[in-house]
Write a protein that binds this ligand. Structure first.
Ligand code: SF4
Ligand code: SF4
Length: 290
């Protein structure tokens, strides 16, 4: 996508979507619909969970069917009329199962005014890009933690693709190649692509410029760098401090605009990100560890 068009698109979406600039973070809302239970890769820091307390990605109170998700969306719109975005961000990968696409199709039919927004690890993004675009997905977040397979292999234990499990550098290279193809395709279709990078000190903190340069060339519009939450196989790793985070953001900003208002929301978050989560008003809480 031409540079100028990309900037114009980002400006336009920034006024409507709370997570593509600081501009709308305090006055536009999103609802996350947790319809995607499983994943097709294993990031070493990922611990998905069903509970009502933790405020982080990968956590939801419950998994919804696409039909139930539509009901929750309707209630969320009544509760918070400033919601402009219907997002699906897990708790697993949104393309590992068909439910995210099914949900977006239902939403597009009933609420074509909403922006459909998807987060993914990108492994299957190229395969589903046309269908996502058809289903009204206009903004997308792809998590790209490395573009060097030797670094990615330290972050991702394995990937599951076409009935096979791949490990190590082979898995990492397959994932990186798939992410690149997916980002390029979504950007070419006209979607605004945000890149999430989980900053992992000692692993990818010296690699931010390479990631930012690569995704910029592929057509991404904005970068969101989020600090590692040390858990699962990375439980003993250090969480980056404010200084490290701020340095990484400055490096990325040499290549693309950087989003600095991310709240690290749950997979069932509801409302205006800068004003707190309303999901407890929509769900009957229960749940158990997954
Ligand atoms: Fe967890 Fe997302 Fe990584 Fe899958 S892609 S393992 S859901 S962090
Ligand atoms: Fe927005 Fe960050 Fe929350 Fe995603 S996790 S909805 S980018 S604030």
């Amino acid at each position: 996508m031409a540079e100028e068009l990309r900037i114009k698109q980002l400006e336009k979406i920034s006024g409507q979507h709370p997570c593509f600039s600081g501009k709308s973070n305090m006055n536009k809302g999103r609802v996350h619909l947790p319809v995607s239970p499983t994943c097709n890769i294993q990031c070493k820091f990922c611990k998905r969970s069903l509970n009502k307390t933790e405020q982080r990605p990968g956590v939801t109170n419950q998994i919804l069917t696409p039909e139930k998700a539509l009901e929750i969306l309707e209630k969320a719109l009544e509760l918070c009329p400033d919601i402009t975005v219907a997002g699906i961000a897990g708790p697993g990968d949104t393309l590992a199962t068909p439910y995210a696409l099914e949900t977006f199709r239902l939403i597009k039919e009933r609420h074509p005014e909403l922006i459909n927004c998807l987060s993914t690890n990108g492994l299957l993004l190229e395969r589903y890009a046309d269908e996502l675009w058809e289903a009204g997905v206009k903004t997308i977040t792809v998590t790209v933690n490395a573009v060097d397979p030797y670094i990615q292999a330290q972050i991702c234990s394995f990937i599951f693709l076409g009935d096979r499990v791949y490990e190590g550098v082979e898995a990492a290279q397959l994932l990186i190649d798939a992410q690149k193809r997916g980002i390029r395709k979504m950007a070419a279709l006209g979607a605004v692509v945000k890149i999430n990078i989980v900053l992992i000190p000692g692993v990818n903190d010296d690699h931010i410029a390479d990631i930012a340069e690569t995704v910029s060339q592929l057509g991404a519009s904005i970068i969101n760098i989020i600090p590692l939450i040390p858990q699962h196989e990375m439980a003993d790793f250090e969480e980056p401090g404010c200084q490290e985070l701020s340095e990484a953001r400055a490096v990325a900003e040499e290549y693309l605009p950087v989003f600095r208002h991310c709240q690290h929301c749950r997979a069932d978050a509801v409302g205006i990100p800068g004003k707190g989560d309303l999901s407890h008003l929509l769900y009957e809480f229960g749940g158990q560890e997954q």
